[in-house]
Design a protein. Structure first.
Length: 179
């Protein structure tokens, strides 16, 4: 993946989320408050994350337990399937956390050893912040619900937060044009 594409992907996500929050529509607040416990979102996000993870496990090299990949894939697949039955609360949040952790690698790989481009640090800093947030929310996913309650407690908060996300997304679009 090129560094330009690796910068434009998070930029598009930030712009989309930021503009949605900036709009101040009631449906955005309702969706944000509803999706962490949604079973459809859990199936899409956690299911997609589990499939991506199982794909990565299946393609492990020999040096990284590749000779045991069938056993690992069966074990992790069973854990993922049983999660829908035994841990259904906030499974969508955990799915997003897994997707962020899996998606961070190609983004960071695109910026690896590009020391002549210091503006890449706008992307790298965002990715490391997302990793830290994903680790936190993966451990305590109910905190995202609490954050949404706080964010939509006053209409101005969601608009300011949306403006900040959209502005950083626009900054990343600009940075992507400078590589």
């Amino acid at each position: 993946m090129s560094l330009t594409l690796a910068t434009l992907i998070p930029a598009a996500l930030l712009l989309g989320l930021g503009l949605a929050l900036l709009s101040g529509r009631a449906i955005v607040a309702a969706l944000c408050k509803q999706w962490p416990r949604s079973s459809a979102a859990a199936l899409l996000l956690f299911g997609g994350a589990a499939l991506w993870f199982l794909y990565k496990v299946w393609h492990l090299p020999e040096a990284d337990f590749g000779s045991h990949r069938t056993l690992l894939a069966i074990g992790f697949g069973a854990i993922a399937a049983l999660s829908f039955k035994y841990v259904p609360d906030f499974l969508a949040v955990r799915g997003v956390a897994i997707l962020v952790l899996l998606g961070a690698s190609p983004l960071l790989d695109a910026a690896y050893m590009k020391y002549e481009l210091p503006q890449r640090l706008f992307l790298v800093s965002l990715v490391y912040l997302a990793i830290a947030l994903a680790l936190y929310l993966g451990a305590v996913p109910y905190r995202l619900r609490d954050f949404f309650e706080w964010l939509f407690g006053r209409p101005a908060r969601s608009r300011v937060f949306g403006a900040m996300l959209a502005a950083y997304g626009a900054l990343l679009v600009f940075v992507a044009t400078t590589y």
